[in-house]
Write a protein that binds this ligand. Sequence first.
Ligand SMILES: Nc1ncnc2c1ncn2[C@@H]1O[C@H](COP(=O)(O)OP(=O)(O)OP(=O)(O)O)[C@@H](O)[C@H]1O
Ligand SMILES: [Mg+2]
Length: 296
Amino acid sequence: MLVLSGVGPRIEPPEGLRLEGLLGRGAHGTVFAARCPRRGPLALKLGRPGDPLAPFLAEARCMGAVSHPRVPRVVDVSRTGRGTPYLMMQRAPGRSLRPLLPRLSRRRATALVDDLLGVLTEVHASGIVHCDVKASNLRVAEGEVWLLDFGIARRGARRWTRQERARGTPAYMAPEQLEGRRVDARTDLYAVGVLLYRAWFGVLPFPREGFGLLRRKRRALYVPPSIRDPRFEPADDLFRRLLAGSARARLASARKARAALATIRRRLPRTILACAPDGEPSATRRTRHTLETHPA
Ligand SMILES: Nc1ncnc2c1ncn2[C@@H]1O[C@H](COP(=O)(O)OP(=O)(O)OP(=O)(O)O)[C@@H](O)[C@H]1O
Ligand SMILES: [Mg+2]
């Protein structure tokens, strides 16, 4: 048994596993960096003693259905000797995108979103909808994006349970997901639209505060890029087709979104792409330095 300072109770890792530190604390488990002599760096998502195993199994099934080099491989899902459910998986290198995002130049953030769309193409081709795409579920290593946290991912048209509906991140969720209706690839593209908007403008298109989040989302009541800054006019259509309230009005696939993003990237002035949302052109260099010197 191992005691990690600052993580509260005594942690009992599955046999043969050495815990190396805390990677993150989510709503449904604590994620530790772990190492196994045979398998190298791993991540261990650990529930609480007595928690049901089913959500861990569901997450493992969705993750295991996808074969992409930047979706962690599932190694094991089970209970420890004391009955604590766990999911053991390949450890994603790099750093969480969340603290990096505000400092990234738009060019670099756009390249990461483009890469994410490549990962999502594979996820969707495997019949999975992720349903929780956001910066804190992404890691960046050597300019590439790893997609994590398949905790509420869906396979097929299964209905949402009430508990599942309560999970997820309202600011990123498409109307159909907020309403517990059927989701598909276009639901993830909506979240990509929210992520890109935040990366470019430093704010959410639909802040959680204020009246009627769902109503604002259904009617796509956000400030279009060209109103924020007329130089973004070529991007209005892209956001219209990512953040449409109705899935039917959105781009149909991650592949199409990638192509549309590439076109817009060419049409936007270089000067605005070189800046971070706070207008600081040197952020890209600083962030690259951070990424190289602090690989987590
Ligand atoms: N395979 C992994 N490799 C590296 N880090 C990971 C891995 N899986 C999770 N993490 C880290 O742990 C954090 C929490 O994991 P995860 O998002 O899966 O938990 P969660 O309980 O579903 O969280 P929440 O519901 O709050 O989004 C992530 O944000 C990420 O930083
Ligand atoms: Mg998470």
